[in-house]
Design a protein around this ligand. Structure first.
Ligand SMILES: NC(=O)c1ccc[n+]([C@@H]2O[C@H](COP(=O)([O-])OP(=O)(O)OC[C@H]3O[C@@H](n4cnc5c(N)ncnc54)[C@H](O)[C@@H]3O)[C@@H](O)[C@H]2O)c1
Length: 444
């Protein structure tokens, strides 16, 4: 952009092209290799777990006109879940976003229950209980008993191996991942996850249900974090390394915002709560490989009580009643001391380096997903990023962005980062191949 913040004609054309790419990519995502498999009819649904996700999923189903039974094992949790749904609708009505009559219709479609046997009439069951494999397996064993034959059995797991969940049932072909994003009644993205034995018509059913709920469904295969969180790990990791290497949180965030993100990653962490994932991370620490660099600053923040907005301080500090991140000298001193403790000589880091390390890490991982067939096509990864992860739409998504820069250029930088930083930057073979052929992700 020039000094007056207006786009020059070339930039304006590039933006238009990127936005057109995103629009086309959303349509393309619906084209999936399921032969002539037709969706199974879905007239009735059940959701298990009335927590954050279960409640949102129930609202998304109700909005699509589908009656849903919302089941929780705990009476209080069910009551709380149903109350939250009512509050959500109430707020929408108050803000003039929803008609009172529509609210009543939708509310009437949601029925609470404390018994898993009440899945009996559902054409699709979506499980959204705590992220615990044994717990989910227990639920799927019960679904095997109570769900009607031909019912689609979906799990909203963020990271568990869906094959291990499918394996406990006598009907693994009916089991599929339905990875919604929070809040599930608002976020447009739905990752549909194909497990080893998932039937084509089950995939078709989920893709179609996503459309009915007004979502953009993207098909993924099983992989740690599926498409979205697999790339996000790379983005997140580099942001934290940058802070250890010399940037301060507000500098990383400013660079990401200048690139087009609505919020920087550290502000996002403070909003979501730095304690999200703390236990999982802690559990993984003991067994993680020692041949590569890890980053645990966020855990130290949690241990210092810096949970984010909810505790008034995290990567930033917050005045009472405000969500506006303010630089925090105490935190910045702590970061500088941590770098010193790790033996890192801090250096000035440019906005360009921030964007490169955060975004190129995602591009390299995206190339891995493509070569392993986890994602069907580069544009699907772009759709996931623009609709689910706040990637600036006017950049077209990470893979489109890479194509614009030129894969030979991206590869050269990743190779250099690999020489400098080691393990995490090992170039994906597909990226290397395309770079050598002057190829593009978009032409695969
Ligand atoms: N929160 C997110 O941003 C998010 C995003 C995508 C996916 N997920 C996944 O969605 C799932 C649910 O997450 P959440 O954040 O909604 O959790 P949550 O803690 O808000 O809700 C879980 C609910 O499950 C209920 N429950 C527990 N055991 C049960 C049982 N045996 N039968 C019926 N109900 C039971 C609990 O009472 C609780 O109401 C997890 O697998 C999580 O990984 C979460």
């Amino acid at each position: 952009m020039n000094a007056s913040n207006e786009l020059n004609p070339q930039e304006a054309v590039a933006r238009e092209a990127a936005l057109a790419h995103v629009k086309a990519a959303e349509k393309t995502a619906a084209q999936i290799p399921v032969g002539d498999a037709a969706p199974r009819p879905v007239a009735q649904a059940a959701v298990i777990g009335a927590g954050t996700m279960g409640g949102g999923i129930a609202m998304a189903l109700a909005a699509a006109g589908i009656p849903v039974t919302l089941i929780d094992a705990n009476e209080e949790s069910l009551a709380r879940g149903l109350a939250r749904i009512r509050d959500n609708y109430e707020n929408s009505v108050k803000r003039g976003k929803l008609d009172a009559a529509v609210r009543d219709e939708r509310l009437a479609r949601i029925t609470g229950s404390l018994s898993i046997a009440d899945v009996k009439n559902a054409d699709i069951v979506i499980e959204a209980v705590f992220e615990d494999l044994a717990l989910k397996q227990g639920i799927f064993r019960e679904l095997d008993v109570h769900a009607k034959p031909g019912a689609v059995l979906a799990t909203n797991t963020s990271g568990l191996d869906i094959d291990e969940i499918a394996a406990v049932t006598k009907r693994p072909a009916d089991v599929v991942g339905a990875h919604f994003f929070s809040p599930a009644h608002v976020m447009r993205l739905l990752e549909v996850v194909r497990a080893a034995q998932t039937a084509d018509d089950v995939i078709a059913t989920l893709m179609d249900l996503g459309r009915r709920m007004g979502k953009v469904s993207v098909l993924s295969r099983i992989y740690p974090g599926f498409i979205g969180n697999a790339l996000f790990r790379n983005y997140n990791r580099e942001a934290h390394f940058l802070v250890e290497d010399g940037a301060l949180p507000h500098e990383v965030d400013a660079a990401l915002k200048a690139f087009g993100y609505a919020m920087g990653i550290f502000a996002v962490h403070d909003m979501a709560g730095n304690d999200v994932g703390y236990q999982t991370r802690k559990a993984q620490m003991a067994t993680r490989p020692t041949d590569r660099r890890w980053n645990d600053l966020i855990m130290k923040l949690v241990e210092m009580g810096r949970l984010g907005q909810k505790s008034g301080k995290g990567w930033y500090r917050y005045e009472a009643g405000s969500r506006e991140p303010q630089r925090d000298e105490e935190l910045e001193r702590f970061i500088v001391e941590e770098s010193e403790r790790m033996g890192i000589t801090r250096r000035p880091i440019s906005a360009g380096e921030v964007v490169k390390r955060c975004v190129y890490g995602m591009i390299n991982e995206g190339a891995r997903l493509l070569e392993q067939g986890i994602a069907l096509r580069a544009s699907d990864i772009d759709v996931v990023y623009v609709t689910g992860y706040g990637f600036p739409a006017h950049r077209g998504g990470p893979m489109y962005y890479a194509d614009q820069i030129g894969l030979a250029n991206v590869y050269r930088d990743i190779q250099r980062l690999h020489e400098e930083y080691g393990y995490w930057w090992k170039p994906a073979p597909l990226l290397e191949k395309l770079a050598a052929e002057n190829g593009r992700f978009g032409d695969l």
